[in-house]
Design a protein around this ligand. Structure first.
Ligand SMILES: CC(C)(COP(=O)(O)OP(=O)(O)OC[C@H]1O[C@@H](n2cnc3c(N)ncnc32)[C@H](O)[C@@H]1OP(=O)(O)O)[C@@H](O)C(=O)NCCC(=O)NCCS
Length: 174
């Protein structure tokens, strides 16, 4: 185990970290009772995060040079605020390092990225039973009670796409 007294260092993930990112993502999914939910692979992470048009970014937290946590995030845009923001997909600290300031260091790095780039928000979803809610509230996040997450995917998405409707021209973007 890394020495507790060593400082936490947060750095951007690189393509050399894809195995670690993949393992941490599976650890988080397992903790969230969805061990089979991760269908990405180190190869898809390399392709989608570290190519010419990255779809996500990630930070790695290390103590004494040993990875102890990560945050993986995407970027969004609000027409209301005319500004981009960060959406946190994953944040995870290894169990033996919890309550040692690792996640706060990751979040502070994301807050600094927002300040540097003019982003106005950091958003995330959290399962209702997850004690991580206490962490979020401790560092200043607020639960937006009036909004509920909705998703269209799988068969319902395919069925809507296949349903008859007036002809539309679609965007060139994927
Ligand atoms: C949630 C999690 C990321 C927090 O990481 P951490 O490194 O232990 O958090 P920190 O030590 O930086 O905590 C910062 C502050 O939040 C508090 N805090 C941390 N976890 C907390 C919890 N479960 N409940 C209440 N407060 C908490 C800390 O005591 C600390 O308070 P302080 O400012 O008074 O010292 C970590 O517990 C974890 O990896 N959990 C499992 C994965 C998970 O649930 N991820 C979120 C998915 S949505």
């Amino acid at each position: 185990m890394p020495a507790k007294q060593a400082m936490v260092v947060v750095r951007p993930a690189t393509v050399d970290d894809v195995d670690l990112l993949h393992r941490f993502s599976i650890d988080l999914a397992t903790y969230e009772d969805e061990p089979d939910a991760v269908t990405s692979t180190p190869q898809t992470l390399a392709r989608d995060g570290f190519g010419a048009d990255p779809k996500f970014a990630a930070l790695i937290a290390e103590r004494g040079g040993v990875p102890v946590g990560f945050a993986l995030y995407t970027f969004n845009y609000s027409v209301w605020t005319a500004a981009r923001g960060i959406f946190i997909e994953d944040i995870w600290v290894v169990p033996e390092e919890r309550r040692g300031g690792v996640a706060r260091a990751l979040m502070a790095a994301l807050a600094r990225e927002c300040a540097a780039k003019g982003f106005k928000r950091i958003d995330l979803n959290v399962l209702d039973w997850n004690p991580a809610r206490g962490f979020y509230e401790r560092i200043g996040f607020r639960w937006i009670r009036s909004w509920l997450p909705y998703r269209l995917s799988g068969e319902a998405l395919a069925a809507l796409a296949a349903s008859s409707s007036p002809a539309t021209s679609s965007s060139k973007d994927p």
